[in-house]
Design a protein around this ligand. Structure first.
Ligand SMILES: Nc1ncnc2c1ncn2[C@@H]1O[C@H](COP(=O)(O)OP(=O)(O)OP(=O)(O)O)[C@@H](O)[C@H]1O
Length: 506
């Protein structure tokens, strides 16, 4: 079954400092369209139509939009609806409006439950029916990814809780009726500076796979592997057996306390790593059928302009690694979008999954066997408009990606035994048939023995007949010889000698 990546956009409410001074630059027209007002310094060219295929703003004047509101040119794909230009008072304030269309758009007033119900609730249904599922939040730092995913400190008020707690509750509500037949395992890792770290192992455990050949749980340096079905997994990551949403959340928050976070000038609790929570569900369904599906919840580190975050030293290195991973993710998305746009072109664009661990881990989610939702989180603030437009372009491209999803059915141990028994029965039947055929052949050979004897008698009789004919000829010749000899004696006056030969042949 083909399934397009579902892309939702969520616009964060303005920061209180910005709300009073600047009018919003991001407008949610309806449940699927969003418009962004950007500076447009050059008004000589005619405005493009509102439905032109692509919005291409020019580089704006920095002074009018804050210190770093640059807009990089679009690479040329996506579902941006178009752009319109207008003069707002003076040439310096000329603006351009870029419009984008998505599967779902949530404005600043959207509540957590709406976001969950309209994006991830359908994935939960698919997951409990054996499909793999992935939800990931993308956006610049402080745009609300952790808030949306629910990986920030778990709020007391249920209404404030994000996607993960809601999804976990819905999953266990669905499967807990049949607890005996369901097994769930949870793992939680982060990718930090291209290192995979097990967040369910306490930080005091400093071992890595290379330093712990004896096998104590490794915390960092974990590697990725691919199973025969094409699913990529973290080798050696701790898996906790879980039986309820509450248990999952306890592990989640215990693990998130180990996550790498830090203060930047843009977010005092900025996530400096990509966190991936995986719930693996195994459901035994009669007869001998097991559904085995995985749900990945991914909270990406925020894309950030290093100049704006004013990061230095280690924080700067983190920022470079984060941006590098997200850059490769963008390249993966672009290549997949290009493939989807032109599926028969040859050769197909290379998809650089292996250039970043994040992309390798998300490979099934992007172009593989998974139902996938991307939530692009953007800021509505004027100072962030450059990053907002870039995030919307990034998300537009992801909308084109098509995945191939199937229910993950495994043959259970019983089914394997049954297949083996069936194989042995058939082998047994084949051997029995072979033996029966050989016995029949032997019986036929035995039956044919008298026929052979008849033939022998005939042959002997023939021989006897031939022999008798020969005797007769011999007898006739000996009789003639004797007659000739008598005639010869009579002619010479002597006595005839007895016909010895004739006596001998009698
Ligand atoms: N929709 C929202 N409603 C209310 N508050 C929000 C919303 N989105 C974000 N916030 C608040 O904005 C702040 C930053 O959000 P959050 O930490 O989720 O950003 P982030 O994108 O995860 O950042 P980073 O990438 O740096 O980790 C938090 O205090 C969060 O509570």
């Amino acid at each position: 079954m083909n399934s397009r990546v579902h892309v939702a956009v969520r616009v964060r409410p303005p920061k209180s400092s910005a709300a009073d001074t600047d009018p919003p630059v991001v407008h949610c027209h309806d449940r699927s369209r969003v418009a962004v007002t950007v500076p447009s310094p050059v008004m000589s060219s005619p405005p493009s139509s509102a439905n032109s295929s692509l919005a291409r703003p020019r580089t704006p004047p920095v002074s009018a939009w804050g210190s770093d509101a640059s807009l990089s040119p679009s690479p040329g794909v996506g579902s941006a609806l178009g752009s319109t230009n207008s003069l707002a008072g003076s040439a310096a304030m000329a603006t351009q409006t870029l419009e984008f269309e998505f599967d779902t758009v949530f404005g600043p007033d959207a509540v957590q439950n709406d976001v969950y119900e309209q994006t991830v609730a359908p994935l939960v249904d698919a997951f409990t029916n054996g499909f793999n599922a992935t939800v990931f939040a993308y956006g610049q730092t402080a745009s609300g990814k952790s808030y949306t995913m629910g990986t920030a400190t778990l709020p007391r008020e249920v209404e404030q809780q994000g996607i993960i707690p809601r999804a976990l509750r819905a999953i266990f509500d669905t499967v807990s009726d049949d607890a005996m037949a369901v097994k769930a395992k949870l793992s939680l890792v982060e990718i930090y500076n291209e290192d995979i770290i097990d967040l369910l192992v306490p930080p005091s455990t400093t071992t890595s796979p290379s330093s712990s050949p004896g096998g104590s749980a490794a915390r960092s340096g974990l590697t990725l592997r691919e199973d025969p079905s094409g699913n990529v997994f973290v080798l050696g990551a701790t898996e906790r057996t879980v039986t309820s949403a509450a248990e999952c959340l306890a592990f989640l928050h215990q693990g998130l306390a180990n996550r790498t976070t830090g203060a930047t000038s843009m977010n005092p609790h900025s996530s400096r790593s990509h966190a991936i929570l995986t719930l693996a569900l195994t459901q035994h369904r009669a007869p001998h059928t097991t559904l085995a599906s995985k749900f990945h919840f991914v909270d990406l580190a925020g894309s950030e302009r290093l100049k704006r975050s004013r990061a230095e030293g280690g924080r700067r290195r983190e920022g470079i690694a984060i941006n590098q991973g997200l850059l490769v993710l963008g390249q993966v998305i672009s290549a997949l979008a290009a493939r989807a746009a032109n599926p028969t072109s040859s050769p197909q664009p290379h998809v650089p999954y292996r250039d970043a661990k994040l992309c390798r881990l998300l490979q099934p989610a992007l172009g593989g066997n998974s139902r996938t939702v991307m939530v692009a989180c953007v800021s509505g603030d004027k100072a962030d408009v450059g990053e907002t437009v870039n995030a919307l372009r990034y998300a537009s491209r992801a909308r084109a990606i098509k995945n191939k999803c199937c229910v993950n059915v495994q043959a259970s141990a019983g089914a394997v035994d049954e297949a083996r028994v069936a194989q042995l029965v058939s082998e047994n039947e084949r051997l029995r048939a072979l033996i029966a055929a050989m016995q029949a052949e032997r019986a036929l050979a035995v039956e044919n023995v008298p026929v052979v004897e008849v033939n022998t008698q005939e042959r002997d009789a023939q021989r006897r007949q031939d022999l008798n004919a020969f005797y007769a000829q011999c007898t006739a010749l000996m009789g003639r010889t004797a007659a000739l000899r008598s005639k010869l004696c009579a002619m010479s006056g002597g006595e005839a000698r007895p016909a010895l030969a004739q006596t001998a042949w009698a």
